[in-house]
Design a protein around this ligand. Structure first.
Ligand code: ADP
Ligand code: MG
Length: 440
């Protein structure tokens, strides 16, 4: 703790740096000479080797009056192999070129980024690159599904670099913009201008390069841009929704270039992280929400961060319009359409038939068949009823799933079960049980 405190006091390590690289480290053992530290990812070890080790030894000496060596071990065995992480030479500072509009969103910073299990590694890599652009991981490549923070992190690098080097030329482009600029330059004989812009940057951020798929000309130009920047030790950061070798018809030479640097994936946030993100967003919007309610929202919206934000905006809008505080009732009302849509698209008649058949101890074949005994007719009609209630499938489609029955049979089943359930508590309970089981 005393050593940590010394790091914290040093203005060289700002709050982010401290939290990410230093405070995340756990001391495991100490034998009087060697202090074993457990680090969360391979990047942390890399960073410690490069940036923190000597300061650590100095501070440890100040605290203990003996020579203490750090022994850096990784938590679990996660993270990529650090052996092939590229290390690059000193970048010779050049006189700055005319300033280029970086096109960054000022909200996408490290300060507003919540670190959690699925993005810890990506965040650490982003921070390392923003502290030493062009020198550590070049190119840096983030991949992962939509709404998980790739664009945010990439722009956080840009914002941080501009903050520490206001004269740096930073440029953020979507792949679409790059493609359009390139085509525009070709058509208007402005290739020189295009190259002047794209090759004079110190940090190039290219978002969503999966859109380079099937665009050979643009890929060639991107390859040239990449090489020109890389040779000058200029930092390149890219994102995509998948790995480079999974992008359709991306030329091998580009794929192999991307492998020179570091690729890190971002995965969906776990429950805890989702709740932390919600808390941060609610706070920044001045929205008062109880902790229980936060956890509830986080448990309901489990796909990505963009949807979490959407849910919170809806809740805020409801609270504003109704001029009510954020209660559990208000939240479930606000989230209802989001949940229903998601559920409807995910459920199929097959799932419903399977669960219903097993619940009533009959077979799916019975449900699809024509037997008219009561022990089968009721389960069949309940299953049809549930298909109407829980999916978006059309009546003919439901009929078809039930062994090619007419759509009027489905209507009849739905009406009959609705009527029966109105006066039959046992049936109501069965339907409720089935719904829970099917959703599960
Ligand atoms: P992607 O580019 O992966 O599709 P974005 O970077 O556009 O995702 O993120 C979607 C939204 O979620 C943005 O508004 C972003 O600020 C927010 N977001 C994503 N991850 C986080 C996080 N870890 N902390 C805070 N906000 C996040
Ligand atoms: Mg994005």
């Amino acid at each position: 703790n005393q050593i940590k405190a010394k790091f914290k006091e040093n203005p060289k390590f700002d709050e982010n740096t401290y939290a990410t690289w230093i405070n995340s480290v756990t001391p495991i053992s100490y034998d009087g000479h060697v202090l074993t530290l457990e680090l969360p990812t391979a990047l942390h070890r890399d960073y410690w080797e490069r940036q923190l080790k000597s300061t650590f030894i100095e501070y440890a000496y100040a605290v203990t009056q003996t020579d203490v060596r750090p022994n850096l071990v990784l938590k679990g065995e996660t993270g990529p192999n650090t052996d092939n992480l590229a290390q690059f030479q000193q970048n010779h500072a050049k006189p700055t070129t005319p300033h280029i509009d970086p096109h960054l969103n000022h909200h996408y910073t490290f300060d507003t980024f919540v670190i959690g299990q699925g993005n810890q590694m990506a965040h650490a890599a982003a921070l390392a690159v923003s502290e030493d652009p062009g020198k550590v991981y070049n190119p840096l490549f983030f991949y992962g599904g939509v709404g998980l923070g790739k664009t945010h992190l990439m722009q956080a690098i840009g914002n941080k670099v501009l903050k520490t080097h206001p004269n740096a030329n930073v440029k953020y482009v979507t792949t679409e913009k790059f493609t359009n600029d390139f085509i525009d330059a070709l058509q208007n004989n402005k290739m020189q201008e295009f190259r002047r812009v794209y090759r004079n940057v110190d940090l190039l951020l290219v978002d969503d390069i999966q859109f380079l798929a099937n665009k050979e000309g643009t890929q060639d130009e991107f390859f040239n841009t990449f090489n020109a920047l890389y040779e000058e030790n200029k930092q390149i950061v890219m994102t995509a929704d998948r790995l480079p070798n999974e992008i359709n018809s991306l030329t091998d030479r580009l794929v192999s270039r991307f492998k020179w640097g570091l690729s890190v994936d971002i995965t969906a946030p776990d429950l805890e992280t989702r709740a932390a993100i919600l808390r941060a967003k609610a706070q920044s919007e001045g929205l008062q929400v109880d902790d229980n309610i936060m956890s509830y929202i986080a448990s309901q919206i489990d796909s990505n961060v963009r949807e979490l934000e959407g849910a919170l905006s809806r809740i805020k809008a409801f609270a504003d319009l109704k001029q009510e505080p954020v209660t559990m009732d208000l939240v479930s009302e606000a989230l209802k359409p989001l949940k229903l849509n998601k559920e409807k698209s995910a459920l199929t008649p097959e799932t419903i038939m399977k669960v219903t058949a097993s619940y009533y101890h009959v077979t799916v074949k019975d449900l699809k068949g024509k037997k008219r005994v009561k022990a089968i007719v009721i389960p069949r009609q309940v299953a049809m009823y549930l298909c109407r209630e829980l999916t978006d499938n059309s009546l003919p489609k439901i009929g078809e799933a039930f062994g090619g029955k007419d759509h009027t049979t489905v209507i009849h089943a739905h009406e009959k079960i609705t009527k029966m359930a109105a006066s039959d508590a046992e049936l109501q309970k069965q339907i409720a049980d089935l719904k829970t089981e099917i959703r599960h």
